[in-house]
Ligand binder design. Structure first.
Ligand SMILES: C=CC1=C(C)c2cc3[nH]c(cc4nc(cc5[nH]c(cc1n2)c(C)c5CCC(=O)O)C(CCC(=O)O)=C4C)c(C)c3C=C
Ligand SMILES: [Fe+2]
Length: 425
C-alpha cells in the first residue's frame, strides 16, 4: 500500500501540527534545497505552539523531513545527515523479476512513509517518539542483479566491474551485492528502525550480504554550519561539485548518452561507488602538522589551500615555494584528484566516517565509507582512483578494504516505485 493511500502519521505527529521553521544547514558546500527544508512540531502541547507549561517540543532536527518522491532519489544531493547505514542484499535463489519488482514497491512505499514520519504496518515501535529526522532511503542495483533477473540486455554500459587498483586489499564478503540500500538520518534509532523495517520486508526475496555503519557531524554540533571533518581531522568535501553549477546535473546524473541502448530506464539516475577505506591513523598521527598539510595540499584548521586564502579559495597549482618546489606538491591529494588534472573527471563525494573498534595490534579499525556519485564511473571514479593508487601522498596512510559499484535509478513519483521502468518495462 502506498503512503498516499494510507497517510497515517505517527502518534502525536499529525501534519496539522507541523510548523514550518528554518531550513537545514548545508554540508560540504551543498545547499539544502527543497529536500532539506526543516519543519518543527510540538508533540505534547495542546495547541501545537510548543509554549505550554511542561510541553515538549520536537526539535527541528527530529521534525526535519526530506521527501522520498521526486525526479532524483533523495540521499544523493541531500546534505549529509549525521548517520548512515549501508546494507547490501543478494537476491534469494529463485527470486525472479516479479518478486524483485514487488520488493522494490514494498520498499519504496515504506521508505516514503518513514520519510514523512509515518509508521509502517506491523511496526515494532522502535520508531515511536522521534520525527523523521531527515531520513532518506536510497536504492541502487549492482551488476549481478541484472544477470540474475535475465536483464543483462538492459544493464547500463557503465555498470562494469571496477578494475583492480594497485594496493587494493578487498574483502569480497563486504563488497558488491545485488542491491544497495543507503539509509541516512540525523537519529541513530530512526536509522535502525528503517533498516530493520526494510530488512523484514525483504524476507523471501533478498537477504543481507553485508552492512556498514557510518557517522558525520550532528546538526548543531558546530557554532555554524561547516564542511565536515574526517577522522584524519581534515575538512573534507570542500571542492565537491556544487548543485548550482551549470554542469552539475550532467556530471552527476545519467543523461541521454548514459541511458542509450536498453538503459533508457536509467535517465536521471546516478552511479555510486562505495569504498571502505581504513585510515592508518597511528601512522598518520606520527606526521607533524606541516607534513600532514603537504599530503593533502590544504591546511587542517581552515581547509584552505596551502597556497593561501580561505576554504573556498581556489588552489594555486602553479605557485612555488621559496626553494622553487611546487607549493602544492606533485603528489598532494588535491593535485592528483582534481578534475583539472583528470580531464574533468568529477564525482560528488558524500562519504561517512566509521569506527568499528580496535584491531588486535591496537590500531583503530576506522576510516571513511567513501561514497561517490557520478553520471558515469568510467569518466569519474575509475580514472581518478587509477591515478591516486599510483601517486597519491595519502596512499601510504589508507587501505581500501571493500568496494562496490551500483546504479541508482531515478526517483519515483507518488504511486510509483524506484526501478519501475526497469522491472515493469
Ligand atoms: C577516487 C577518488 C577519491 C578517493 C578514493 C579519495 C579518498 C580520500 N580523500 C580524503 C580526503 C580529502 N579529499 C579531498 C579532496 C578530493 N578527493 C577526491 C577524490 C578522492 N578522495 C577529489 C576529487 C577531491 C577534490 C579535489 C579538488 O578538486 O580539489 C580533500 C580536500 C578537501 C575537499 O575538496 O574535499 C580531503 C581532505 C581521504 C581522507 C580519503 C580516504 C580515506
Ligand atoms: Fe579525497
Amino acid at each position: 500500500m502506498s503512503g498516499s493511500e494510507n497517510p497515517s502519521p505517527a502518534p502525536g505527529f499529525s501534519r496539522r501540527r507541523l510548523l514550518a521553521t528554518a531550513g537545514a544547514a548545508g554540508a560540504g558546500g551543498l545547499v539544502a534545497g527543497a529536500a532539506g527544508g526543516a519543519v518543527g512540531a510540538s508533540l505534547a502541547d495542546g495547541d501545537g505552539s510548543g509554549s505550554g507549561a511542561g510541553s515538549l517540543s520536537l526539535a527541528s532536527v527530529g521534525a526535519s523531513a526530506v521527501p522520498f518522491h521526486g525526479a532524483q532519489q533523495a540521499g544523493i544531493t541531500t546534505p549529509a545527515q549525521a548517520r548512515t547505514v549501508l546494507v547490501a542484499y543478494d537476491l534469494e535463489p529463485g527470486a525472479d523479476r516479479a518478486k524483485a519488482a514487488a520488493l522494490m514497491r514494498r520498499w519504496s512505499d515504506t521508505a516514503a512513509r518513514l520519510a514523512r514520519g509515518e509508521r509502517p504496518d506491523a511496526d515494532g515501535q522502535v520508531g515511536l517518539d522521534a520525527g523523521p529526522s531527515s531520513l532518506t532511503v536510497t536504492f541502487a542495483f549492482g551488476a549481478t542483479l541484472f544477470d540474475k533477473l535475465g536483464l543483462a540486455g538492459r544493464r547500463p554500459e557503465g555498470l562494469q566491474p571496477l578494475p583492480p587498483f594497485p594496493g587494493d586489499e578487498l574483502d569480497a564478503s563486504r563488497s558488491d551485492g545485488d542491491l544497495l540500500v543507503q539509509v541516512c538520518t540525523d537519529d541513530a534509532l530512526v536509522g535502525f528502525h528503517a533498516v530493520r523495517t526494510l530488512q523484514r520486508l525483504a524476507r523471501g526475496t533478498a537477504k543481507v550480504r553485508w552492512q556498514m555503519t557510518g557517522f558525520a557531524r550532528s546538526p548543531g554540533a558546530t557554532a555554524k554550519p561547516m564542511t565536515h571533518r574526517n577522522l584524519m581531522g581534515q575538512v573534507d568535501g570542500t571542492n565537491n561539485p556544487k548543485p548550482e553549477a551549470p554542469d552539475f546535473a550532467a556530471k552527476i546524473f545519467v543523461g541521454d548518452a548514459g541511458a542509450a541502448g536498453g538503459a533508457a530506464w536509467l535517465r536521471g539516475g546516478s552511479y555510486v561507488v562505495m569504498r571502505r577505506i581504513r585510515m592508518l591513523l597511528d601512522d598518520w598521527d606520527g606526521l607533524d602538522l606541516a607534513a600532514q598539510e603537504r599530503v593533502i595540499g590544504r591546511r587542517k584548521d581552515t581547509g584552505a589551500p596551502v597556497t593561501g586564502g580561505e576554504e573556498t579559495t581556489p588552489a594555486d597549482f602553479g605557485a612555488r615555494a621559496a626553494n622553487g618546489s611546487l607549493a602544492v606538491a606533485e603528489n598532494a591529494h588535491i593535485r592528483v584528484s582534481a578534475p583539472e588534472f583528470n580531464r574533468g573527471a568529477t564525482m560528488l563525494r558524500r562519504g561517512y566516517s566509521y569506527h568499528d573498534g580496535f584491531r588486535p595490534d591496537g590500531s583503530p579499525d576506522a576510516g571513511l565509507l567513501f561514497l561517490a556519485w557520478q553520471a558515469d564511473p568510467r569518466d569519474g571514479f575509475v580514472p581518478v582512483q587509477q591515478k591516486l593508487a599510483r601517486g597519491d601522498a595519502l596512499s601510504p596512510f589508507v587501505r581500501h578494504e571493500a568496494s562496490g559499484l551500483y546504479v541508482a535509478p531515478p526517483g519515483c513519483p507518488e504511486g510509483g516505485y524506484v526501478g519501475q521502468a526497469l522491472l515493469d518495462g
